[in-house]
Design a protein around this ligand. Structure first.
Ligand SMILES: [Zn+2]
Length: 249
């Protein structure tokens, strides 16, 4: 299978199919009939953005099986993130989704979700690299840029405009749309490098072995034929990234 087929396949196996269904159900006509002058997304305050991420996180948690505090995966994640409850100005909220997918994501409100499929394959330090990388996307502004771009799309822009600048209560279908554009979309190579550089600094600052960045990416590269490695559809080119980080460790 070539790379493009693989990305397509892993995309099909990831949450995107759910998002597409949600988007199809969304009533665009109703959203547009508000017909108001549209807000510039840049005028969305940090409070509003945080509110949208809070809504997205709650919606995503509803759509997934979340490990309880007594679940072995939940216990393991709590243990390996000890001391990382706050990092670089973010209060972090960690949870495990019980699913065979190899995936993880972070949101600008401090939400971190790690999938049990990833935890099955990765060591504690490799999981820490993934967490550091995801925080890197948030701290480098990639996540914020994406939500601002998503709010410029017609349906969501109208929803925001209709509330006169306050954070709108988004419908489930709108949250699905937003999740697809902010979390499930593929990062550019430049963004990946930036998040990897951040992750390397994260590992060093917390005295975790930096080589775990390299071994995690090499592992992902070997797993790339498996169909469950959804993280690869959003975070491309693990082999080149492993080689680049190896030269920096
Ligand atoms: Zn990434």
């Amino acid at each position: 299978m070539d790379r493009r087929q693989f990305v397509l396949l892993s995309t099909l196996f990831s949450g995107i199919s759910v998002v597409n269904t949600a988007a199809a159900q969304f009533n665009f006509g109703k959203a547009l009939e508000a017909g108001q002058t549209l807000l510039q997304s840049e005028t969305l305050s940090d409070d509003q953005l945080r509110n949208y991420f809070d809504q997205m996180a709650a919606d995503s948690d509803n759509r997934n099986r979340v490990a309880g505090s007594n679940d072995p995966y939940g216990k393991r994640l709590t243990k390996l993130t000890r001391g990382l409850e706050n990092y670089d100005g973010l209060a972090l909220d960690y949870k495990v989704y019980l699913t065979p997918q190899i995936n993880a994501f972070a949101m600008a409100n401090g939400t971190i979700r790690v999938y049990s499929g990833l935890m099955d394959k990765f060591t504690d330090d490799e999981i820490r690299y993934v967490i550091g990388h995801e925080i890197g996307h948030v701290k480098s502004g990639h996540t914020k840029a994406r939500i601002q771009a998503a709010m410029r799309t017609s349906a969501l822009k109208s929803a925001v405009a209709a509330t006169g600048g306050k954070a709108a209560e988004l419908a489930e279908s709108q949250l699905g749309e937003l999740f697809g554009q902010v979390i499930t979309a593929q990062h550019s190579q430049a963004n990946e490098r930036e998040a990897d550089d951040y992750a390397l600094g994260f590992m060093n600052a917390n005295r975790y072995p930096a080589m775990a960045c390299v071994s995690a990416l090499e592992k992902l590269d070997t797993l790339s034929g498996g169909g469950n490695a959804s993280w690869l559809s959003t975070h491309p080119s693990p082999r080149e990234r492993a080689a680049r980080l190896k030269s920096q460790v």
